[in-house]
Design a protein around this ligand. Structure first.
Ligand code: SF4
Ligand SMILES: [Zn+2]
Length: 446
């Protein structure tokens, strides 16, 4: 699949066509197509793993008419622009979100998420996130905290943490850049840890299917990863992920697609994750995918205080209904200023009982320790009612440090376990299965 072009009266007066691999025209354009039109053709007319490469295809910057031969971006209307024009452009507002281009050079970064048995590398398709979850740790990380100047320049953001959820800077040319990087590098030479298994995750710092533009970038990125045989983990709260089922099918067991579903209590989830689709919609997308044979997982994180055995039974029943599934679990952690935002959000939504629990956790470390251990224990116990359901718990380092003796070593084993996902050929090395790590009711913190 490729773009061809002809010039008319002047050098920059061009008509375009998109050809399939047999050299037949799929679409013709009298004027230059938008980025959205090109990415749509790629998805609707190509083979699942085919991608239209936009570099050196005769496309022109709609502002200055120079050819797009390397980095590019697009306006909110989808008009392509060269890198210089993109960097000079003012941000625009779209439904209360400030939109612009992310100037980062980074393509794929090494990640510490192998500690949660999620991945060794992450690719973020944008900076910022429309969902604006109150507990989100991303704005406190260097990816945001060290880029205050850039965010002030590109999005007029004074306080990236307080304004989290109100800005989104896209990385439109990421598929083109990743293709060049992977061509040069031996995929096997990448870091591959025991728990991360060389997996590349989209995305840890944003939601990679939060809107059409991020979904288009994500599709291009996943195509490139699959073509190079790299295992991929997709994590999103957006049901739009189901649109790429054709692509995921091509990846076979080298992909896992998951969503965060901490609770089915929609008003509570809406208070804490104000911009994200409802938990049942997320479940519905996973259901659609698993029915098409795609390996799916759920991140039951972060779970809230006052959730009891019945709540977890209901959640795990729904997850079990998704067939072969891995569930990751983590209780909420009262660290950082974002916890205060969670507290205020639940209070505003009228969840005074949850707010009271949050306050107790914030003010009394031991109270949090007891809550977190009790929740991990409850979830593991409830999981045993569902034959073969694996819950991979994430006990926090703080939690482990606070405990001692047998409990400490059980929590440590849980933390060191490899998630029971195969990623085809990346079968986990023998490590203690989480379900075998029994946390007996009534045991003391010895
Ligand atoms: S969806 Fe993920 S990245 Fe986006 S705000 Fe929520 S937790 Fe943060
Ligand atoms: Zn230009």
């Amino acid at each position: 699949m490729k773009i061809t072009w002809d010039s008319g009266d002047s050098w920059f007066d061009r008509s375009y066509a998109v050809e399939n691999s047999d050299g037949e025209n799929i679409r013709e354009f009298q004027d230059q197509p938008t980025l959205d039109e090109l990415r749509k053709i790629e998805r609707q007319h190509g083979e699942a793993t085919e991608r239209l490469d936009l570099w050196q295809s005769g496309l022109l910057c709609t502002s200055c008419n120079t050819e797009i031969n390397d980095r590019f971006a697009a306006t909110t209307k989808g008009d392509l622009c060269c890198w210089d024009c993109a960097m000079d452009r003012e941000s625009t507002d779209q439904q209360g979100i400030t939109i612009n281009t992310d100037p980062t050079k980074s393509v794929m970064s090494e990640s510490q998420l192998h500690k949660k048995s999620l991945c060794d590398h992450v690719i973020n398709v944008a900076t910022g996130c429309r969902h604006g979850c109150e507990f989100c740790y991303v704005p406190t990380t260097p990816a945001i905290d060290n880029r205050k100047e850039m965010l002030a320049e590109q999005a007029n953001i004074d306080d990236p943490q307080a304004d989290w959820g109100k800005y989104l800077l896209y990385r439109d040319d990421l598929p083109e850049r990743l293709a060049r990087v992977l061509k040069k590098r031996d995929p096997e030479a990448r870091k591959q840890t025991r728990r991360g298994r060389g997996i590349v995750m989209l995305s840890s710092g944003t939601d990679c299917y939060q809107d059409r533009r991020t979904a288009q970038i994500s599709r291009g990125v996943i195509i490139e990863l699959i073509k190079h045989g790299i295992p991929v983990r997709v994590l999103t709260r957006s049901p739009a992920v189901a649109r790429d089922v054709d692509l995921f099918q091509k990846a076979g067991e080298r992909i896992a697609v998951g969503s965060s579903i901490p609770s089915f209590e929609a008003p509570l989830v809406r208070a804490i994750e104000p911009g994200a689709p409802s938990p049942m919609t997320r479940w519905g997308a996973l259901d659609d995918l698993q029915q098409e044979g795609i390996p799916v997982y759920v991140s039951m994180s972060p779970t809230y205080p006052l959730m009891d055995e019945d709540d977890f039974h209901e959640l795990l029943s729904y997850f079990r209904a998704l067939g072969e599934i891995v569930v990751f679990h983590e209780p909420i952690n009262p660290r950082g200023s974002n916890f205060q935002q969670c507290l205020e959000a639940v209070e505003k939504a009228g969840y005074d009982d949850v707010a009271t629990e949050f306050r107790k956790m914030r003010d009394n470390h031991q109270y949090w320790v007891e809550y977190a251990i009790e929740q991990i224990r409850t979830v593991q116990r409830v999981a045993t009612r569902f034959d073969g359901l694996e819950v991979h718990s994430w006990p926090d380092n703080q939690l482990i440090r606070t405990t001692s003796g047998q409990l400490r070593s059980r929590l440590r084993d849980m933390q060191q376990a490899v998630s029971p996902e195969s990623f085809s050929g990346h079968t986990p090395e023998k490590s203690p299965a989480q379900s075998a790590i029994e946390l007996k009711t009534g045991s003391t913190y010895d």
